[in-house]
Design a protein around this ligand. Structure first.
Ligand code: ADP
Ligand code: MG
Length: 694
């Protein structure tokens, strides 16, 4: 056993958090900072100067020599550029300096980040601005300052800016509703998020031998191993020593950074695991998730492991996702998705629920687009992850209540009566964590919604921006109606029941994997966007543009830029995969198979001379030769396809989806069948069985 870890002592020890600020700043400056984050105003320079000085002193005590503005460009990962604190002292020596200006604002060459055409290269300057609601921290001898990233003309070039905007919007609109229910205290409603992160861990040495894993993060070849997940022996199984020491190390690093890492366990697939933090505000959960993904990778390397965050690293083995648990909470500590105890609280809960149901129904396509990516295309709808059709699962108890509201009839709760909103108490809604419908993309789990379609490698910003914004929109419409109502209770009852009636098609409690559901969903008119290329054309629809611009989440150019960036990322990823497929097939698999068949041919020749060649060898060599030809042909076809890519972005994305991908899959299919008949020592890289059952 290692040294005993004093968790409360190390927790947040590398974060310039509120406690540290209180300790290290003068009371006036501390109050000024608090004031700024509460009101969203900008920091006066003298306040920023004192905070910067205190941060620098604190950070250098922790070994920091540099500082960096840390931001989240539209690549979906984070970016950083480090400057040292040094300043010449005049006598050939240096002092460590850090000013308020450097803390608050930075300039960085933004030309190499995707901008979706927002910013012409000749003015490729990007600016970063401290997000004072997120704490600075020290990592790898640098002081990290979480920032927003925007262009010279003020357009958001990142994921944090729109997320913060959406949090403000949903807060404002939720408060309008709360006031109608007599809440005069709440000043802020926060979108809270807990993102469960799935990942694979593989031995580094095996990973290093596979070009596909190194270049694309997933296997482009590999026949299924004789054993898969059928014994269900990995889920929640004992954690092997190497992985367990990785997890301990990871927890310690995350705790030091103030990340509430809570749960860890083995997942369904061999070599697959999960980490779940305790929820926090959407903004901090988003920062934390980025750090979790990054530190997982670095920490794995230290343990001679590699962490794969790809959505589908192995065919025929469950892929990885992220479950985004989302809810709204007041600054007075109330969860707005908690069914309350009194009829009044229940009514308010049902109103928030109705707003959510309506929003999801009206903006299914937007939500679907926020989880669309090349990696997730291989996972969603494959009967191991949620289907591509968005629906909401409420659980039996709540579903019965909503049903009774819809039909105006008895619900099958314990009292079997008609639900009268604002008068009746809801039956108990269990916060059941065991018996939930795992096939649902969006499940109510007692006091929050679990959005389960996210890919494991993606930033959680996009989905949460969408959830916050659609909620803000529906709440604002509801508030408009209720604020002008003469009889509040009657208007409320009518609004809630009308909403459930109009949007009941999005509610579904059954098996989301079944073919019947696909047909039923079609009858209900739900959107069934099977791939990134099918989904993305719906992204910047008039309806969605109107939504995001109305709430000031994105300007129209900002929004359209994202559309372009996601399509571009899709094309680039499939292109890299196709080229890697060709490279491995032509330079590794084909030579391996021809060497093996040449050896067989020699054996057959010798044996024939002795009069003892057997039927099996001849049959095998025939199969190998046929397969080799097929593989070669498939490669040629793929290569040709790659020379004919259309130039416009949507056409190119469609081409990669419908023309390149099937050809790539064909190369794989032939190669995988050759793997099964080629002597193992000839096969050029580790197989599924080597990797998944090491
Ligand atoms: P399961 O794997 O059964 O879904 P977990 O306990 O692994 O459950 O994950 C549940 C996640 O939901 C955790 O990250 C938890 O912090 C988060 N969560 C709990 N309550 C809320 C809430 N009110 N808002 C947002 N997230 C929440
Ligand atoms: Mg979950």
């Amino acid at each position: 056993m290692g040294p005993i870890l004093n968790v409360p002592e190390i927790f947040g020890s590398d974060v310039f958090n509120e406690a540290t600020m209180k300790q290290r700043l003068s009371p006036e400056v501390y109050c000024a900072w608090k004031q700024c984050i509460q009101t969203g105003s900008s920091l006066p320079l003298d306040v920023a100067n004192e905070i910067a000085e205190a941060m620098k002193t604190w950070a250098t005590e922790k070994g920091a020599t540099h500082y960096t503005h840390w931001f989240q460009p539209m690549t979906g990962i984070t970016a950083e550029k480090h400057d040292s604190f040094i300043a010449p002292a005049g006598d050939g020596r240096v002092i460590m300096e850090f000013s308020g200006k450097e803390l608050v604002r930075g300039e960085s060459d933004a030309s190499s980040f995707p901008s979706g055409g927002l910013r012409a290269t000749f003015e490729a300057r990007g600016y970063t601005a401290w997000d004072p609601t997120a704490f600075a921290f020290v990592k790898d001898n640098s002081l990290y300052i979480p920032t927003c990233f925007f262009s010279y003309t003020g357009e958001a070039l990142d994921k944090k800016t729109p997320l913060l905007r959406s949090m403000d919007e949903v807060s404002r609109e939720a408060i309008r509703i709360l006031r109608l229910f007599g809440d005069t205290e709440t000043k802020r409603v926060t979108a809270s998020v807990g993102a469960e992160q799935e990942y694979f861990l593989l031995p580094k040495a095996l990973y290093a031998q596979r070009e596909d894993l190194r270049l694309t993060g997933r296997t482009l070849f590999g026949a299924p191993a004789p054993k898969g997940e059928e014994l269900e022996d990995h889920y929640f199984g004992t954690i092997r020593t190497r992985v367990s020491s990785f997890m301990k190390d990871l927890d310690e690093q995350l705790w030091r950074l103030g990340i509430l890492s809570k749960t860890k366990h083995n997942e369904v697939a061999p070599c697959q695991h999960e980490l779940a933090p305790i929820y926090s505000s959407a903004n901090s959960a988003c920062d934390a998730n980025q750090l979790i993904m990054e530190i997982m990778k670095k920490c794995a390397a230290k343990h001679d492991l590699v962490c794969l965050l790809h959505e589908k690293p192995f065919a025929c083995v469950s892929g990885s996702g992220k479950h985004n648990n989302w809810s709204l909470a007041t600054d007075t500590g109330r969860n707005l998705f908690s069914p309350g105890k009194t009829p009044r609280q229940n009514a308010q809960f049902l109103l928030f629920l109705a707003a959510f149901v309506k929003g999801v129904d009206e903006y299914q396509d937007l939500l679907r687009c926020t989880v669309a990516s090349a990696g997730n295309d291989r996972r969603l709808g494959a009967n191991e992850a949620p289907p591509v059709i968005i629906s909401i699962y409420l659980g039996d108890e709540l579903h019965a209540v909503v049903d009774s509201i819809i039909s105006g009839s008895n619900y099958t709760g314990p009292e079997k009566s008609i639900m009268r909103i604002g008068v009746d108490v809801l039956p108990p809604i269990p916060k059941d964590t065991t018996d939930r419908n795992r096939t649902s993309p969006l499940a109510f789990t007692g006091n929050k919604f679990e959005f389960r379609m996210l890919g494991s490698s993606q930033s959680i910003a996009g989905p949460n921006i969408a959830l916050n914004t659609i909620m803000a929109e529906e709440l604002s419409r509801f508030a408009d109606i209720l604020e002008s109502a003469e009889d509040f209770d009657a208007a409320l009852h009518e609004l809630v029941s009308d909403t459930f009636i109009s949007h009941q098609r999005i509610l579904f409690n059954g098996n989301g994997y079944s073919e019947e559901w696909r047909q039923e969903a079609q009858r209900r008119g739900l959107s069934d966007l099977r791939s990134t290329t099918e989904a993305m054309p719906t992204y910047a629809s008039d309806k969605n543009v109107a939504l995001v611009t109305k709430h000031g989440i994105f300007t129209e150019p900002e929004f359209r830029a994202r559309n372009e960036i996601y399509l571009e990322a899709y094309r680039k990823i499939v292109n890299i995969e196709a080229k890697t497929t060709l490279d491995m097939a032509m330079r590794q698999i084909l030579p391996a198979v021809t060497h093996y068949s040449a050896k067989l041919a020699k054996d057959i020749e010798r044996k024939t001379a002795l009069g003892c060649a057997c039927k099996a060898e001849k049959a095998l060599i025939t199969k190998l030769c046929t397969g080799t030809d097929e593989l070669y042909d498939a490669c040629v076809t793929l290569e040709e396809a790659l020379t004919n890519v259309p130039t416009t972005s949507t056409d190119a994305a469609n081409y990669f989806c419908h023309t390149v991908t099937p050809k790539m899959d064909q190369v794989r299919k032939v190669a995988d069948s050759l793997e099964l008949i080629t002597e193992k020592t000839f096969w050029p890289f580790p197989t599924y069985s080597d990797i998944l059952f090491y």
